[in-house]
Design a protein around this ligand. Structure first.
Ligand code: ADP
Ligand code: MG
Length: 183
């Protein structure tokens, strides 16, 4: 049974409950497509694989890639919980563990010289006590990415401030400051 989870202009995500896989299909803008063709940027499918390999090599868990092509990635299901959902439904203890693990993971990713604009609690899952990073096609790791650190941490600050209202616990611990201290 297939279920469409995301159906937007630029992204489609389909869950296959029999295969236990997520299929992500990208519909990039023309400008981006030109960059892919001219090899200024990696195709999103290849980039997902490239980033997944870097993260894995550095001890950050990612879903197994079943298949990828230029605009498509199929990954095995991580049968866990999104950090976002733990923040909404979890108890105090679960929330505090999830935040600690999120901070640890994001710090490790940033320290690898990777650029990414959306470290949302939605893009990290916890399964068997371990964090998995999903949604990897827009991560960047190239000659320029390390120079975009300042821009990235500003984006991170805005994102985390915006998400503070998810849970009162997030007013007691400043997730952004914790990350900034460690990077
Ligand atoms: N391998 C996976 N295991 C478990 N859930 C996944 C997996 N891949 C995607 N998802 C689910 O699908 C949602 C959308 O996928 P994502 O790659 O984050 O797309 P988007 O670009 O729309 O945020 C995720 O928030 C998550 O709930
Ligand atoms: Mg996402």
């Amino acid at each position: 049974m297939e279920k469409i989870l995301v159906n937007q202009k630029r992204t489609k995500v389909i869950y296959d409950s029999k295969e236990k896989t997520y299929t992500k299909i990208l519909y990039p803008s023309l400008i981006k497509k030109i960059k892919f063709i001219l090899k200024i940027r990696k195709y999103p499918g290849a980039n997902f694989k490239y980033i997944a390999d870097i993260l894995k090599k550095n001890g950050i868990k990612v879903p197994e890639i079943v298949y990828f092509s230029n605009y498509k990635v199929i990954t095995k299901e991580i049968d866990g919980k999104k950090i976002m959902d733990i923040l909404i439904e979890g108890n105090k203890n679960e929330i505090s563990i999830a935040i600690k693990k999120y901070i640890e993971t994001v710090v490790r990713i940033i320290k690898l010289g990777i650029y990414f604009g959306d470290f949302s609690y939605d893009n990290f899952l916890i399964m068997n006590g371990e964090v998995y990073a999903i949604d990897l096609e827009d991560y960047r790791k190239d000659f320029f990415s390390k120079f975009k650190k300042r821009k990235m941490i500003l984006k991170l600050k805005n994102k985390l401030n915006e998400l503070k209202k998810l849970n009162e616990y997030l007013n007691k611990i400043d997730v952004y400051e914790e990350i900034k201290k460690k990077i």
